[in-house]
Write a protein that binds this ligand. Structure first.
Ligand code: PEP
Ligand code: MN
Length: 362
């Protein structure tokens, strides 16, 4: 049985977050051991270091490969930490398992490829190492869940997921957009999977590690996987997002952990109010759809086209401004109106079609 069992998977009521920390890449034996020692001194129990590095372009530092396994074994011996690395091919998996690596994670580019995932799952079949699956680079929840299923079908029981953000054209704030709704939906559908946040790859910048970690805790994430390096400014990969172990210690110490296991009466009362408001919202929406269908019939009888862009533009402008006055986000209102409008048009088209085949008169 793999030794990590006492801390992974985290048990109900265990202290959050479970932290995995270490450099993006193992670069030299000295850098690996120095980073690990400093992290152990901050109380980190699981050490991460990439041995095989998926780089966007060839010619960069692609990791030290299997040579680093001995360095991780030394980290285990000298600090007592568990060690974790990324595997992307059956060869990596075999080497890591033979070298006694305690926990494996699967990177975002690998999760995105079902062939690679299946080959990895086959290579891991029958072993009892815990595996964490990062989200794929694109915001595709089904692809993420599918990757987890392949590993689960290979008999791996200790599974978890890592949210590391999604590739986007907009990199002005985040290296990878968090799109929190996706990991939240995954957690809703698979509450049995411990969920980690990787603020380093989401943020891509040191100053975002603290706020992203706090957000993850506020959303009930179980753990964090953070890139920390003994000399971040000299790191051979992902330099801008690595922090030194002392900074990590400070960030962890400042996290506010609001426990979910203490629902109060007040909270229940607020939830009841939300439920009542949702009832009203649904009734109003249903009525709006009925009126939209009536409009559809009217347009049909008077030979008018269903889509009237001017009216829609006016409605968007007026209602987004009104939303802002009411303290809501304009973009939020724009998305809601777009969805409602799309459904109204669909309903109107249907009304017209029914009339055409006589359905509505039957
Ligand atoms: C990493 O963790 O160093 C890494 C390569 O991450 P990702 O797969 O999220 O890009
Ligand atoms: Mn990295």
């Amino acid at each position: 049985m793999n030794e990590l069992l006492p801390i992974f998977p985290p048990q109900a009521g265990s202290r959050r977050p479970l932290v995995i920390a270490g450099p993006c890449s193992a670069e030299t034996e000295e850098q690996t051991v120095a980073s690990a020692r400093a992290l152990a001194a901050c109380g980190v129990r699981i050490f991460r270091a990439g041995l095989w590095k998926p780089r966007t372009k060839p010619g960069g530092f692609e990791g030290v490969g299997a040579e680093g396994i001995g360095w991780l074994q030394r980290v285990k011996r000298e600090t007592g930490m568990y060690v974790a690395t990324e595997v992307a091919t059956p060869h990596h998996a075999e080497r890591a398992l033979a070298g006694g690596i305690d926990l494996l994670w699967i990177g975002a580019r690998t999760t995105a490829n079902p062939f690679a995932m299946q080959e990895l799952a086959d290579a891991l079949r029958g072993c009892d190492v815990p595996v964490l699956v990062k989200n794929p680079v694109s915001p595709d929840l089904e692809l993420w869940i599918g990757a987890v299923e392949r590993i689960r079908n290979a008999g791996i029981r200790r599974l978890g997921v890592i949210h590391r953000g999604f590739t986007s054209l907009d990199t002005s704030r985040y290296r990878n957009q968090p799109v929190w709704a996706i990991p939240i939906e995954l957690h809703r559908r698979h509450p049995e999977l411990p969920i980690f946040c990787d603020p380093s790859h989401i943020g891509g910048r040191r100053e975002l590690i603290a706020p992203l970690s706090q957000q993850a805790m506020d959303l009930g994430f179980d753990g964090l996987i953070v890139e920390a390096h003994c000399s971040p400014d000299e790191a051979w990969s992902d330099r801008e997002q690595q922090i030194d172990p002392r900074t990590l210690g400070r960030i962890l110490g400042e996290l506010v952990i609001r426990e979910t296991a203490v629902p109060t009466e007040n909270l229940n009362e607020l939830r009841e109010r939300i439920d009542k408001l949702d009832d009203r919202l649904l009734e109003v929406l249903a009525e709006r759809m009925r009126v939209a269908c009536e409009i559809g019939r009217y347009k049909k009888e008077h030979g008018m086209p269903v889509l009237q862009t001017r009216r829609y533009e006016e409605l968007l402008t007026r209602r987004t401004a009104q939303a802002a006055e009411l303290g809501m986000d304009r973009e939020f209102m724009r998305s809601i109106l777009r969805i409602i409008h799309e459904e109204s048009i669909r309903q109107q088209m249907q009304t017209i079609d029914e009339k055409r085949d006589g359905g509505a008169d039957r």
